[in-house]
Structure formats: C-alpha cells, structure tokens
Write a protein that binds this ligand. Structure first.
Ligand code: NAD
Length: 501
C-alpha cells in the first residue's frame, strides 16, 4: 500500500517540493543541479516508489565543491573558537526544532521506524553538534622541556606545540543511520576549523540536504560545507581521489574502505575509516535473563540489523542456551513489520532491493551449508524490501554466516561451555568493532571486557552510544575513532615550534 506523501509533516512536503527535484548540490551556500543535469531516484524502500530525485554529481561538480571548500579554508580556520562553537550550537538548535520533519524524511528514505530517528538517532546528531561546540573551545597544544644542548650566550630554547586544522575534508557516509553518522563527521571537522565536502550515500541523501539548508540558516559561511550527492564509484571516487582534499573521513563497508585507502595514497591524504563489524553478544550463565533476552534481541533487530555495531553473533552458555535462544526467537516473531511511518511499526524494510537480495543470498548460502532458521529467513509482504527477523542455529565457526557482516536482521546463535572458549570464539573474527557481555558477575565482566578484541565493550547493554564516547574498531573494522574527544584529533595536525629566546 503506497504511503500517501500528503500525510507527511508540511515542512517535509515543502522540502521535497523544493529540493527533491535534483536541485541538491550545495556549493558556496547556493543550490545547484549537476552540471550534466543527471539525477538519481530517491526510493521509499517500504513501497519501492520514487519520492524525490537527487542530483548525480560528476567530476566537474566535485571540482567546484572542493574548490569552494579550499577557498573557504583560510577564513574558517582563522575564526576564534567561540565563533565556531556558536555556529555548531545554532545548528544543534535548528536540528532540534525540525526533529519531526527530519525523522519523517529519514524514515521515508531509509525505511527505519519513525521512533528510531525521532528518539535515538536525530537527538544523537543534535548532541554531536553540542558536544563539539564545547570541544571547539578546548583545543590545546603543549609546552615541552627539550634537551637541545645548543645554548647561545644569554639565550634559552623554548618548544611548544599547536594544533592546526587538517584542511579540506571529504566526508563520505553510508545509508544505515544517515543523519547521525553525518553529524559525527561534520561536527568535529567544523570544531577543528576544517572545511568540508560531504558525500551522502546514494540511497539516503535527503536528510543531508535538509541539514545543509539548516546549516546555511544557522549562519554557515560560504564554502565551509559543500554537499555532492551521487553514486559511490562516480561522485565518491572523484572526491576521494581529488588532489586538493587533505583528509577522507569515511564510514562504510570494509570493501569500500580499501578503495578509499587506494584513493588516499596519491597525495597521502589523512584517512579515518569506520568500517564493518560482526560483533559478539555473550550471555554468561549468571546473566539476568529478563534484561539479557530483550537486550540481545534488540542488539540485532534494532534498525533491522543495519547497524555497524549490531550484535550479530550470539554466544550463550550451555546451561541457559535453549531458554535464551528461544526467548530471542520469540521476540523476533513478535516484532511488527511495516512502513516506518506507521507508528505501530517496530521493524521497517531493508534500505534497498539490492541490499535485501544481498541478505537473502547470505541466508540461502547458510541453508545450503546446513544451518537452521529457527525463525525468520523469509521475505515479508507484497511490496518493499522486508525480511523477517531471523535466528540462525546449527552453525559452525567457519561458516560464512558466522564470519561475514550480513547487515540485516539476522543473528547466528552458538553455544559455549567455558569462558576461555567463548573468548577465543568471539575474537576469531577479522572484525573488531564492538561486543557485549551479559552477566551479574563482576570478575567475569572485567575479564572479558579486557580480553575481547573490540573498540567498544558494553556490559549488560548493547549499542549505547553518546557524543562523548569514542566509537570505532580495531582489526578490519577500521582506523581511528568517531565521537568523543578522540574524534577531534582526526581533524587536527600537530605543529612543533622551537624558538631561541
Ligand atoms: P559502502 O561502503 O557501500 O558506502 C559507503 C559510502 O561510500 C557511500 O556514500 C558510497 O556512495 C560511498 N562509496 C562507495 N564506493 C566508493 C568509492 N569507490 N569511492 C568513494 N566513495 C565510495 O557502505 P554502505 O553499504 O553504504 O554502508 C554499510 C556499511 O557501513 C556496513 O559495512 C557497516 O558496518 C558500515 N558502517 C560502519 C560504521 C562504523 O562506525 N564503523 C557505522 C555505520 C556503518
């Protein structure tokens, strides 16, 4: 049943009429079509229907956007920190004032249930801008006692360091949580004094464009943020290889991360990579199951499993294995699937037909390898890209479904007996993004938290994140951290100054 766009918030309708016709490149605070006039469809994944057109930027558009960012850099980096903080705070206030409209646009474009954007992700984006407004005023160098033994008569040596913005940043983001992941790049980059060219994902560009409008309204100086929409292997590749780009801040798949590294080597761009994951959720025999069962179910089914930190590998101690796995399956069966804009919906469609087919491919291969679908594993509904929440059992550690990121509502459950065994199983992955431990035992929690190979470990919770907390991975989950004070370092260089005084 097509969703009637006339039911959208009036501001969301006005935005689609204004910007959803391919007029969506932001360069020097003006909105443009692509030089070629090419556009791409924005599709509602719940129905497959077109809701808008976005511009497909080519090399000439990327050139213009990068040139605008380069022109704006000297002025922006020279601003006093409080001026940058004021802009960031004003952006946060405007996002908050437009939260209902932004949440609807995010759902229409990405498919997620409205509550996910409205109560989790968009408030998360607001907090990114507020947190980094503070950080803009907390950038510090050091004074250093050196051992330089050259001493001219009557003179002394003094050394100190200062932090300087990296320069022009290419921010390239994925489709699973578009607005908050965009805020995670823009807020620290602006706080540091960098200028930016943003490339949203081709499947979900709408909220980035609305954010661009709000940033202009907040007082964004010309050229400080520019937005180019389009395909990854065209617009994205042109941006990533551009010689005037100083840094690439990338979130996306591990495979594209490798292409980004190749693109960066031409002029040794600085690179941060927030990549894929296959995060374990480990339930020990002393866990509080009233918390653990809904907790591990939420860890995988939130946002349809399209979450980099999703708890997609479930390890349960033999004593409680059947109770937990059946409990998670019962939670899966009870989830109400539907259009994300229906307030009753608990899980929406996958982002695109292409992605749904990819997830189905994983499930078909797992079945062929002998895995069992305890629940789910099917398409749901006549239209759209719905896949039922799936619990897979009967797997072994070497199967593709255990090793590779599915990025859908699919959890693989495995049993363990000893803590050493589950530590080894959990760490037997080329990913190292996140993990959760479910236990009432302080010692086991501490021990596992220290031994698990992951950038983030949660205890008796999963996917709790905040603008103040660094997030990112080890191993093939990436380089560097988003969020938290650590993220500011991504956008700053060190300069050492030594003087004879
Ligand atoms: P993707 O790698 O396909 O695309 C990400 C972005 O890169 C998109 O904007 C795309 O257009 C662009 N792109 C694609 N090819 C490019 C190229 N050759 N050069 C430059 N840009 C290019 O990823 P996706 O499918 O959009 O997102 C899902 C992935 O993102 C999952 O693997 C997920 O784990 C990961 N992710 C990681 C984090 C994290 O914090 N670690 C957060 C969210 C998502």
């Amino acid at each position: 049943m097509p969703f009637d766009l006339a039911r959208l918030h009036p501001d969301a309708q006005a935005f689609l009429a204004r910007r959803g016709t391919g007029q969506g490149l932001l360069i020097d605070n003006d909105w443009h079509s692509s030089a070629s006039g090419d556009t791409l469809p924005a599709l509602d994944p719940a129905t497959g229907l077109e809701t808008a057109r976005i511009a497909a930027a080519g090399a000439a558009d990327v050139e213009a956007a990068v040139a605008a960012a380069a022109r704006a850099l000297p002025g922006w980096r020279a601003t006093v920190p409080v001026e940058r903080a004021r802009l960031l705070w004003a952006i946060a206030d405007l996002i908050e004032a437009h939260i209902d409209e932004l949440a609807e646009l995010e759902t229409l474009d990405q498919g997620k249930p409205l509550f996910v954007g409205r109560w989790a992700e968009i408030p998360g984006a607001v907090n990114q801008f507020r947190f980094f407004a503070g950080q803009a005023m907390a950038i510090e160098g050091q004074t250093i006692e050196s051992s330089i033994n050259y001493q001219a008569p009557g003179k002394q040596m003094r050394s100190w360091t200062v932090r300087e913005p990296v320069g022009v940043v290419a921010a390239i983001v994925p489709w699973n949580s578009p607005l908050v992941l965009t805020a995670m790049k823009l807020a620290p980059a602006l706080a540091a004094g960098c200028t930016i060219v943003l490339k949203p994902a081709e499947d979900t560009s709408l909220t980035a464009l609305r954010l661009g409008e709000l940033m202009v309204e907040a007082g964004l100086p010309k050229g400080v943020l520019n937005i180019v929409t389009g395909l990854g292997n065209q617009t994205g590749a042109a941006l990533a290889t551009h010689p005037r780009v100083d840094k690439i801040a990338f979130t996306g798949s591990t495979a594209t991360g490798r292409a980004i590294l190749d693109a960066a080597k031409t002029n040794f761009k600085r690179v941060t990579l927030e990549l894929g994951g296959k995060s374990p959720a480990i339930v020990l025999p002393d866990a509080d199951l009233d918390i653990a069962i809904p907790g591990v179910a939420g860890a995988i089914f939130f946002n349809g499993g399209q979450v980099c930190i999703a708890g997609s590998r479930l390890y349960v101690h033999r004593k409680i294995h059947d109770q937990v796995v059946e409990g998670v399956a019962a939670q899966a069966k009870a989830l109400k699937l539907g259009h994300g804009l229906d307030p009753e919906t608990q899980m929406g469609p996958l982002v695109s037909a292409r992605h749904a087919e990819r997830v189905e491919g994983f499930l078909a291969r797992a079945k062929a390898e002998g895995a069992t679908m305890l629940t789910g594993g099917d398409r749901h509904g006549e239209a759209g890209t719905f896949i039922t929440p799936t619990v897979v059992t009967g797997v072994s550690a070497d199967m593709e479904i255990v090793r590779e990121e599915v990025f859908g509502p699919v959890v693989v459950a495995q049993v363990f007996d000893e803590i050493e065994e589950v530590t080894a199983l959990a760490n037997d992955s080329h990913y190292g993004l996140a993990a959760s431990i479910w236990t009432e035992g302080l010692s086991s929690a501490h021990r596992l938290a220290s031994e698990l190979q992951a950038g983030t470990v949660w205890i008796n919770c999963h996917a709790m994140y905040d603008a103040s907390l660094a997030i990112g991975g080890i191993k093939q989950s990436g380089w560097g951290r988003d969020s938290g004070r650590q993220a500011l370092d991504n956008y700053l260089e060190w300069k050492t100054i030594t003087a004879m005084v």
